[in-house]
Design a binder for this molecule. Sequence first.
Ligand code: BTN
Length: 317
Amino acid sequence: MLSLEHSKEMEKILSLLKNYISGKKIAKEMGISRTSVYRKIEKLRNMGYEIESKKGVGYKLISKPDIPYPHEIKPKTKIIGKNIFYFKNLSSTNEFARKMVQKGAKEGTVIIAEEQTEGRGRKGRKWFSPPGGLWFSIILYPSLPPEKGGLLMMASSVSIVDSLADIGINAGIKWPNDILIGKKKVCGILMEMEASLNKINFAIAGIGINVYNKLHPSLENASTLQKFINKKISRISLIKSILEKFDENYQKLLEGDYESIGKKWISLSLTIGKELEIKEGNIEIKGKAIGIDENGFLLVKSREKIHRIMSGDVIIK
Ligand code: BTN
């Protein structure tokens, strides 16, 4: 496990390695022994950093891996991502986040895993999470009334779509919160919340983005971001941008500016204005999506009435 707190030393050594530098000099600059310099260089190499060593000259950093290590992300935010934890392997970042909540984790803590062995999707489904994607969870303690919980999801999806637009990928949101390019799902959000009568106790925003990972062969409607763009995507820049945009949108929500999130969500929605079929348990509704209400519920006009829908699986006709 790697966290921002533990990475100060790593950052220091990486910055020294920008130009050729001798082991002796690194040791002096960092106040450590030459053996521990050697050990640290080896550790960085094992983490994927390419470090050249030239006899009599020293070491130099040649390339960095595109791995979302906390010290590489460092988002410029007020609340989100002040604390980031990176794991090579976890059962599920949402599950781990829950444990951290119980231990009193700070608001905005982000948990990232390179790979999840038991990634969770909505409705108890599995979420295939091999290396090369972005699988992460954000811990929130929003002082929002429980009925506004849906807007938190909207703030996440809007932030992701905006970040994708910044790298030239045109995506949209299928209600409730699937991010699609064309008809292919590239990202899913699992918002887990615990609330009492008038207060959200905590929320965990679990975000799964297929970046350049393998896809499960059974998923016909899924794709990866990399398939839609020619240049190599940087997972580091992408998650940084998402955390920064989410930080802004989250603050808007906390300030009570629900409307701008709702409006933005509608502008990116692939669902509004479409004829749909929605299934939730045994209930099936057919109608036209005409908007969302003040809490982010979908408004669907069937022949009989207008339904306010909180969750369900949507088939767009
Ligand atoms: C969906 O069903 O569309 C939601 C998928 C959410 C997957 C993410 S990956 C990171 C986080 N940890 C999990 O176990 N699930 C979410």
